[in-house]
Design a protein around this ligand. Structure first.
Ligand code: GTP
Ligand code: MG
Length: 195
């Protein structure tokens, strides 16, 4: 897709009513600090429209980015951030669930996993839950620039095994620094939008 205009259209806090949009939505889920907001910036060709931070827990709202008035990229708050209280984490869990379960326009959920790490129990829970909602989660292995090229296959395999993925399901490596992987991710997104 050629990006003509992008804007942050809706920001939802924990008690907000979720918007009922009339365009396809693609959501990005994953642990705090895994690189969701950085990926969304990369996909939009923007440096900092989605706010990022080196300390986890930056995105604390569900943010809807309007792309060309054609679709939305939806930035979800990260899970598994220890400094957020259990009750707050639960509230967010419910809010994310409410969104993933309730959106009529949601076409796909991309789940981000740090390419250096084994998927956590929370990652597995999210993966299973996305499946359970009837979506085929697309895995993006983030921070590709942090590993040596020779480690790539091994790390991808760890992610596959850790999540219990079927053999043909895609894992798309991505680097927010080099933008490597950006085109493949857009190709997948366009398939979902045109379905
Ligand atoms: P929350 O909003 O807290 O859930 O985090 P997030 O998943 O949105 O992560 P964010 O995009 O804010 O990135 C977290 C940190 O990781 C920032 O310091 C980013 O610069 C860094 N980062 C994200 N993606 C990459 C990447 O591909 N490579 C490298 N080297 N750093 C990255
Ligand atoms: Mg974020």
């Amino acid at each position: 897709m050629i990006i003509k205009n992008v804007s942050l259209e809706t920001v939802c806090g924990i008690t907000s009513k979720l918007p009922e949009t009339d365009k396809p939505e693609i959501a990005f889920a994953g642990k705090s600090n895994v690189g969701k907001s950085s990926l969304i910036n990369g996909l939009m060709n923007r440096k900092a429209l989605a706010r990022t931070s080196s300390s986890p827990g930056k995105t604390q709202t569900i943010n809807f980015y309007n792309i060309n008035d054609q679709m939305y990229l939806v930035d979800l708050p990260g899970y598994g951030y220890a400094k957020v209280s259990k009750s707050e984490q639960e509230k967010w869990g419910k809010m994310i669930e409410r969104y993933l379960h309730g959106s009529k326009q949601l076409k796909a959920v991309f789940l981000l996993i740090d390419i250096r790490h084994d998927p956590s129990a929370n990652d597995r829970m999210m993966y299973d839950w996305i499946n359970h909602q009837g979506f085929r989660p697309i895995i993006i292995a983030t921070k590709l620039d942090k590993i040596k090229r020779s480690q790539l296959q091994k790390q991808v395999k760890l992610i596959r095994t850790g999540l219990g993925m079927p053999a043909q399901a895609p894992v798309l490596p991505y680097s927010a620094l080099t933008k490597q992987g950006r085109e493949e991710i857009w190709e997948y997104m366009e398939q979902f939008i045109n379905e």
